[in-house]
Ligand binder design. Structure first.
Ligand SMILES: Cc1cc2nc3c(=O)[nH]c(=O)nc-3n(C[C@H](O)[C@H](O)[C@H](O)COP(=O)(O)OP(=O)(O)OC[C@H]3O[C@@H](n4cnc5c(N)ncnc54)[C@H](O)[C@@H]3O)c2cc1C
Length: 435
């Protein structure tokens, strides 16, 4: 039996190296690059490409992927530990080749793409020469896939897509989109849609606007409201079989969710570090904030939540490595996904509070991290849907009580115990008599 909580010494050296790179090179780059995903930005390329080269030389590039995809085959547990180091940075995941949505889109292409599609898109995507976009949510609703209306029509040797998508992140940087569209409206709810690769330069793709999110001070947002106007793509640009769109989506969403959680662990850790620094620095009465008991409880509660969440994330990553099948850990991933926004919001909220007005100002990153909690509560599925998944799985294994009272009803248990063991019971009179 193995049940350990230690990082092996060799990999710890890699983590220490990554931490050093974050502090000395990536954090400064974060101040100068608007979008680390924008592969067309020369400033970004001048600053980020040399760092990516260092990561490659250290054999940490996309290290969670197998060698056939250019990685080291380190898997999810090692990625989780690495993402703890990168999680609070903007550019870190891009520098290390494990950033969303490209890593998830790469997984879909690797599983379901034709050799031609892989040749054209997968290698350059993994090498971060190009970017990609995942286009599933629609303006009339993301949580309920039965409400999706974007259609793909079979037209001889092509598919023709038409409809609208909402919050298609990074569409404006992307060379291709992965789009879910309804091919079989009459089919069973989870067999209605299929998944397609749509090259970004295909005529008919119109970005209505690039929506921003609060907490980001970018000039133009990155979450595209997209119109597909009779967009014609070759027949072999379908991913998986017709009607398998939801199954294909799970290939990407499982990884996407746990990767967000890994990075969130890093954000929470950094928030606690900031809280500690502030507590021992800020004068309060004869001492510092750290001397106040209410401040101590804020610190302790934050650390406890952090550790609980971190262990859940690491255990889930470990399970993914064991089973090599996201479907077998779908409930664990949902639990992580549902826990994530609250932990982030609680801890960052306390860090803001301890920093006072500075905490909520744009001079610290805490306000933006607080907004991230809302991002994490929505992207890749709303919290409530993941809570439902956890409850559904647990209830599946539950059995009804045998009678009127629950199994652990104490009076009923005592009656049963007396029936079973009564002849062995000794009365007080017997004991007195025995003396
Ligand atoms: C920063 C960010 C990036 C994103 N990037 C992408 C992307 O790249 N590609 C993409 O396709 N999508 C993306 N999304 C969209 C995301 O997947 C959706 O926001 C999410 O699926 C919820 O859909 P919705 O926004 O339409 O909310 P709705 O479906 O309208 O739901 C709104 C709220 O209603 C409640 N609710 C809904 N259904 C239930 C239920 N069954 N039970 C209980 N409560 C319920 C929940 O509180 C939910 O938050 C992104 C979102 C964000 C915030």
């Amino acid at each position: 039996m193995t049940w350990g909580f230690e990082t092996d010494a060799e990999y710890q050296k890699d983590l220490d190296w990554a931490e050093e790179l974050v502090r000395t090179e990536i954090e400064p780059v974060d101040q100068l690059v608007e979008h680390a995903w924008d592969v067309g930005d020369p400033v970004r390329n001048a600053l980020i490409r040399p760092l990516q080269e260092k990561v490659r030389e250290r054999n940490l590039w996309a290290c969670h992927l197998g060698p056939e995809l250019g990685g080291q085959g380190y898997g999810q547990l090692k990625l989780a530990l690495l993402n703890e180091v990168l999680g609070h940075t903007h550019a870190g995941p891009v520098v290390f080749g494990n950033h969303a949505p490209d890593s998830g889109n790469g997984e879909i292409l690797a599983h379901y793409g034709t050799p031609e599609l892989k040749e054209r898109y997968l290698k350059p995507l993994i090498d971060n020469e190009i970017a990609s976009c995942y286009s599933m949510t629609e303006p009339q609703g993301g949580s309920d896939p039965t409400a999706f209306v974007t259609r793909a029509f079979d037209d001889g040797d092509s598919w023709v897509l038409s409809g609208q998508k909402w919050f298609s992140s990074h569409a404006r940087f992307a060379s291709f989109f992965i789009v879910m569209a309804v091919t079989d409206p009459e089919a069973d709810r989870h067999r209605r849609a299929s998944m397609f690769v749509v090259p970004a330069d295909t005529p008919g793709i119109e970005i209505i606007r690039n929506v921003g999110v609060y907490g980001h001070d970018e000039v133009e947002g990155t979450h595209a409201y997209v119109q597909y106007n009779d967009v014609r793509i070759p027949k072999d640009h379908i991913l998986g079989n017709r009607g398998e769109g939801f199954a294909v989506a799970q290939t990407r969403l499982g990884g996407g969710r746990i990767h967000h959680a890994m990075r969130t662990v890093g954000l929470v850790r950094e928030s606690i570090d900031m809280m500690l620094e502030r507590s021992v620095s800020r004068k309060s009465g004869d001492g510092t904030l750290a001397d106040r008991q209410l401040v101590k409880t804020m610190i302790a509660d934050s650390w406890i939540q952090y550790q609980q969440f971190r262990l859940l994330v690491l255990q889930t990553a470990w399970k993914i490595d064991q089973y090599q099948d996201y479907r077998k850990v779908i409930t664990d991933i949902s639990a992580v996904k549902a826990a994530m926004p609250k932990v982030l919001s609680d801890v960052v909220g306390r860090a803001i509070q301890l920093h006072g007005s500075l905490g909520i100002s744009t001079e610290l990153p805490l306000g933006q991290w607080s907004a991230e909690a809302h991002h994490m509560a929505l992207a890749d599925g709303a919290t409530e849907l993941h809570q439902l998944q956890v409850a559904k799985q647990l209830l599946r294994g539950a059995t009804p009580a045998p009678g009127l009272f629950p199994t652990r009803h104490k009076i009923a248990l005592r009656e049963a115990a007396e029936l079973k063991l009564g002849d062995r019971l000794v009365s007080v009179d017997d004991l007195v008599g025995a003396e």
